[in-house]
Design a protein around this ligand. Structure first.
Ligand code: ADP
Ligand code: MG
Length: 321
């Protein structure tokens, strides 16, 4: 590497620590969790060609790499503290690194968290972030707490919906075409998801179960149902969608919202509708009730009239798609 490993780390990924006891530069980072809190930890890897396209702007890639990790903390109702970055780079491309670090650290600043360490190596472009958060004992949102009778909810941008990222992917794959402005809208949803950290914190003690949407609503909901030993009825026509997605055919709209993937919104259950709406309002995020949890196992789809419809969403499985 022209730019050496240590110069690269010093130039792009080292900043004075504010809260960590020890940050980048030693064998370990030292974190001081708040006394009595539990540590919430999660890792997510982004591989070129699989999780992102080579056409993505480095700033947006930096943003997304951290955003998908913060989304996991949000889904647990954990408050983000710090993160680690493990990076494989084909070559030390300074324009790429500068953009990537800018997008990454801007989102870190927005959530008041710091990069405390990582690993850097030459290799096919691959980004792995580990996030650390904290949550009071017993208050983490989990997948196994959904109860029959709970409402089923999904978050989304105010005035928007879910499924835009999948729509953008289909455009990139050449399977459909969108006019410039509409494409920019869905492309931003795909490349710059906003992790719902504030909502996750607001849902402590309100949501009975939660998960973040990464592989598509149908598949992610199935995880909650299995872990909670319950079933659900979901109104396909209630799934929130943007004006861009609403203008597509019913088939595309249903496939993108119900099985899109890459949404990074929260899917959660709660018995307290008023508290859910208050939490969403405080977080400045949209929430829509899309169904209910049933004692009977399995997932049933209905339309706006409550009629059962046969719907087999495709979902997004890395080993099938
Ligand atoms: P070691 O030799 O102990 O494995 P490294 O030489 O890999 O340590 O890293 C030196 C320091 O730089 C460590 O503090 C490590 O956490 C940090 N570091 C390495 N890569 C990154 C990165 N991509 N971002 C942030 N910190 C990093
Ligand atoms: Mg190392």
């Amino acid at each position: 590497m022209a730019l050496g490993e240590f110069d690269l780390i010093a130039r792009y990924f080292t900043r004075p620590t504010r809260r960590a006891v020890l940050g980048v530069g030693d064998d370990c980072a030292l974190l001081q969790p708040t006394l009595g809190q539990q540590l919430a930890v999660s890792s997510d890897m982004l591989v070129e060609g699989r999780h992102f396209l080579s056409t993505v702007a480095p700033e947006r890639l930096g943003h997304k790499a951290l955003a998908v990790n913060l989304s996991d903390l949000a889904a647990c109702g954990a408050k983000p503290m710090a993160f680690m970055l493990a990076l494989a780079l084909p070559r030390p491309d300074e324009a790429f690194l500068a953009g990537f670090a800018q997008g990454l650290l801007a989102l870190a600043d927005a959530h008041d968290i710091e990069l405390v360490g990582g690993d850097t190596t030459a290799g096919p472009l691959n980004l792995c972030i580990t996030v650390f958060g904290e949550v009071p004992p017993g208050q983490a949102l989990r997948r196994d707490g959904a109860r029959a009778g709970d409402g089923l909810w999904v978050s989304h941008p105010l005035g928007g919906g879910i499924g835009d990222a999948r729509l953008a992917l289909e455009v990139f794959r050449g399977r459909l075409h969108l006019p410039g402005e509409a494409f920019e809208h869905v492309r931003r949803a795909m490349e710059q998801p906003q992790p719902r950290v504030a909502l996750g914190l607001g849902l402590r003690g309100v949501a009975s179960a939660a998960i973040d949407l990464s592989d598509g609503l149908a598949g992610d909901l199935a995880h909650v149902l299995r872990r909670s030993h319950v079933g659900a009825t979901v109104d396909l026509d209630a799934l929130p969608c943007s004006a861009v997605l609403a203008a597509q055919s019913e088939t595309i709209r249903r496939e993108c919202t119900a099985a899109g993937g890459d949404d990074y919104e929260l899917l959660f259950t709660s018995a307290d509708e008023a508290a859910v709406r208050a939490a969403a309002l405080a977080a400045g995020v949209g929430v829509t009730r899309i169904g209910r949890i049933d004692a009977e196992p399995g997932l049933r789809w209905v339309n706006a009239h409550g009629r059962t419809i046969a719907f087999q969403p495709q979902g997004f499985d890395h080993f099938i798609d």
